[in-house]
Design a binder for this molecule. Sequence first.
Ligand code: CA
Length: 143
Amino acid sequence: MHKFITKYWMVILAGVLLSTSGLLALLWPKKKASDKVLDDVDENDSDLESVDARVIADALWLEFDGLGGSSGSKINKLLKGLSLADFKKVSEQFGTKYRDDILGGEGGWLFGNKKRDLIYWLGAELSDSEKMELRKINPNIPI
Ligand SMILES: [Ca+2]
């Protein structure tokens, strides 16, 4: 038995870690899915014209679509001053787009990736420090 443990301790440890993390994932309280955050927001509370929401959504897409991450300062400029209702309008104009999470741009449909909404794209394109910066500049943005 002792020999067995010394020989396979890494395998045993990995097994224990895996089953523990699996159990934790099951028991952990579920965070509200990012695509549900805007469900209760009424876009009629927004004064942003649909055409302006469209312009912002298009500019965000232009920034996102490039390979790798986005420039946080450009994203911040686009989202500055938006209310949550404004953001919902922009998000609706943005719609959902395939993201290749390896290359960081549009794509990945070959690998069965899902179409992603604006909140997902923001989370994936910005680094942790850029997200912090965005939250500081506009705490309404739900990322
Ligand atoms: Ca990108």
